[in-house]
Design a protein around this ligand. Sequence first.
Ligand SMILES: NC(=O)C1=CN([C@@H]2O[C@H](COP(=O)(O)OP(=O)(O)OC[C@H]3O[C@@H](n4cnc5c(N)ncnc54)[C@H](OP(=O)(O)O)[C@@H]3O)[C@@H](O)[C@H]2O)C=CC1
Ligand SMILES: O=C(O)C1=N[C@H](C(=O)O)C[C@H](O)C1
Length: 261
Amino acid sequence: MLMTSVLIAGFAGAMGQKAVDLVNGMADFQIVAAFSPQADRNDPERYNLNDDVQIFNDLAAIPDQAADVWIDFTVPSAVYENVKFALNHGMRPVVGTTGLTDEQEAELKALAKANHLGGLIAPNFGMSAVLLMKFAQEAAKYFPDVEVIEMHHADKKDAPSGTALSTAKMMAQNRQPHESNPDEVETLANVRGGDYQGIRIHSVRLPGYIAHEQVLFGGTGEALTIRQDSFDRGSFMSGVKVALEKVASLNELVVGLENIL
Ligand SMILES: NC(=O)C1=CN([C@@H]2O[C@H](COP(=O)(O)OP(=O)(O)OC[C@H]3O[C@@H](n4cnc5c(N)ncnc54)[C@H](OP(=O)(O)O)[C@@H]3O)[C@@H](O)[C@H]2O)C=CC1
Ligand SMILES: O=C(O)C1=N[C@H](C(=O)O)C[C@H](O)C1
């Protein structure tokens, strides 16, 4: 059986370390390279990496086709350049990092097409979140009054979460345009949250939390609440495993785990 080689960008981070453990446990996949700007290049053991894994601190130092697959769990400010680099250097991206704009996603899709490489960008690799997004998309057909509350650990760099934004985008596809209360006044700035096409998003950041989302629909005399909880980052790894197993057969850059399941 031919081994699929993997580079993990952001390997020293919380998700990167989970990805290292996952790939180390997959018989047909091998980590050959790893990238994190501040990681100690002389201490692979500290990061559960084998001695022969090449550790990089600079994007520009990574050679052409360093691996078959580029896993990315880095930071919103770096993900676009990382994925562009991967696609320009013959690597198929599997991206969990959030923060790509619609325009950046479109550019990366075009680049993947031009370079004949498939890949996946998934704002959430957890099954509960993928199902929540699908259920919410369906419910939005019948309940146009909806708000999203996402709750995350205090170290999260971006707000709203990629999952909340993706949930809102999916609901907006099915939701009738809907006017909110024109008389509403905020007496405390931003207290009604962010506004994605009329869908309010509220971001909570607290220690003790990992990743959680509630979608609240209201109707005449009734309400529907859909909630998902990731209590452990291990919850994202079944989705990453599916992506690794399928990425070689993808002939485009797909957005959303639900589109390859
Ligand atoms: N799709 C999904 O299912 C999930 C997505 N995420 C997303 O994954 C991303 C990472 O999350 P998490 O692991 O918690 O974050 P961490 O802060 O724990 O890790 C971030 C990693 O990125 C590295 N990094 C920092 N700056 C750069 C840069 N300029 N270029 C490349 N790498 C860089 C850091 O390296 P160093 O320490 O060396 O600076 C670190 O290894 C976030 O966007 C988060 O939202 C998180 C969970 C699930
Ligand atoms: O930063 C996190 O932790 C998470 N990020 C992703 C997001 O922004 O949606 C996925 C999950 O919510 C965990």
